[in-house]
Design a protein around this ligand. Structure first.
Ligand SMILES: [Zn+2]
Length: 80
């Protein structure tokens, strides 16, 4: 699995709708690939914020924008 494959499956993975084999492959790639792991962590947080807002349907673009801004503010500076 490469990064494109991983990103393609990221939302399905987050929705827990992947089969066991694909789940394993995505999880393995996330463990190996820092870039995809960053994306995964970000999207996971995004989905959690949406859920906390009580919005179960697809987020309107405006809401997504607002959440993204909030996430960026909340993200602590990288200490690498
Ligand atoms: Zn990757």
């Amino acid at each position: 699995m490469d990064c494109d494959d991983c990103l393609e499956r990221l939302y399905t993975f987050l929705d827990k709708e992947l089969g066991p084999t694909e789940r394993k492959e995505v999880a393995q790639h996330l463990a190996d690939c820092g870039d995809c792991d960053d994306n995964f962590v970000f999207e996971e947080r995004f989905l959690r914020v949406i859920r906390d807002c009580g919005t179960s349907d697809v987020a309107p673009t405006e809401l997504r924008q607002r959440v993204l801004e909030r996430l960026r503010r909340d993200t602590p500076p990288t200490t690498l």
